[in-house]
Design a protein around this ligand. Structure first.
Ligand SMILES: C[S@@+](CC[C@H](N)C(=O)[O-])C[C@H]1O[C@@H](n2cnc3c(N)ncnc32)[C@H](O)[C@@H]1O
Length: 308
């Protein structure tokens, strides 16, 4: 019993919800991979994306596993058990692993991991390498290592003047943005809360400042989590003037009318956020109470009004 609870806690701390293979396949099928592409899956778990990627690149690289795992595919995973499982699965399917490869057992958020891969435009020393595609399903609600918190705050704590929440998936997204080449794509599965939740305001702002984003709701995800999930595709490039959510084009100017930069506001509703705010006129509070409903509930008269 205690072991089950421990496993469940460890799983939650790692934000470990694996992507069903069919969902990963559908996302990957949209990609035409090339033999010269560099692809990263941070937090690769049991290889939902990684294994089909190896398969696809093996076709493109004449079944040369050493080339695929040194020149095309990078992955990072923190959980030693699932890391070991996935590497064993690669060996089972494609033969012995090369002595060197880019599948790292470690913390993706650790600045030392993938150091030197950041895209630094104009970096004459050429250390800015960047990835063509970063794909996966970052840990949601996972724990951020205590030892890294100050450094992560310094590096990623603010973007374009807004606060970035110190939460596993927002930090995975911000670090990934830095690892993309210009014009390259980040494709992540996320909880739909990130479209509107006030604490992710800074993340939405960063995504609007740094490229074009398209979000699609996933009709269903998996038995492991009941959270509604979305896919978020972000192409690094020039500042966006619209965000596409489930086919609806939301103007960034409308989004900016809402205090929390909501990605669920329609152009019609955005006008409601212009002008003064109620707080300039009244102090409102809310709460929940039980009993004595007559103190709080009013009967409407025939015209639908009540006297106060
Ligand atoms: C939501 S799961 C997704 C796994 C896999 N990408 C998939 O789509 O099935 C997130 C994965 O990230 C791993 N993880 C959590 N925190 C991590 C970190 N700081 N660095 C690297 N991996 C991490 C978890 O162990 C888990 O395998």
């Amino acid at each position: 019993m205690a072991k089950i609870k421990h496993n469940r806690d460890a799983k939650r701390q790692l934000g470990q919800f694996f992507t069903p293979p069919l969902i990963a396949k559908n996302l990957l099928d949209a990609w035409v991979l090339r033999a010269d592409m560099r692809v990263l899956e941070p937090g690769f778990g049991k290889g939902a994306f990684l294994l089909p990627l190896v398969e696809a690149f093996m076709r493109l690289r004449n079944a040369d596993l050493a080339k695929v795992l040194n020149e095309n595919i990078w992955g990072v995973e923190l959980d030693k058990d699932v890391y070991t499982w996935t590497l064993a699965e690669i060996e089972r399917r494609w033969g012995k692993l090369p002595d060197r490869h880019n599948l790292i057992l470690g913390d993706f958020l650790d600045p030392a991991v993938l150091a030197g891969y950041e895209n630094r435009p104009g970096d004459l020393l050429g250390s800015g390498m960047g990835f063509d595609l970063i794909i996966g399903n970052p840990p949601f609600g996972g724990t951020v290592a205590l030892a890294l918190q100050d450094e992560l705050e310094r590096r990623y704590g603010r973007r374009h003047g807004c606060k970035i929440k110190r939460e596993s998936y927002s930090l995975f997204i911000v670090k990934s943005l830095e690892l993309l080449k210009d014009g390259a794509t980040l494709e992540f599965i996320c909880s739909d809360t990130f479209l509107t939740i006030p604490t992710m305001r800074g993340l939405r702002n960063a995504l609007m400042e740094e490229g074009a984003t398209t979000v699609r709701r996933l009709p269903e995800f998996s038995e492991e989590t009941k959270y509604p999930m979305v896919t978020m595709r972000h192409v690094r490039g020039k500042k966006a003037d619209e965000i596409v959510v489930d086919g609806a084009r939301l103007k960034v100017s409308s989004i900016r009318c809402t205090g929390n930069l909501s990605w669920q506001v329609s152009d019609d509703h955005s006008v409601l956020f212009s002008g003064g705010v109620l707080a300039e006129y009244i102090v409102a509070s809310s709460g929940m109470t039980t009993g004595k409903n007559e103190y709080f509930v009013r009967e409407l008269d025939d015209d639908g009004y009540f006297d106060e």
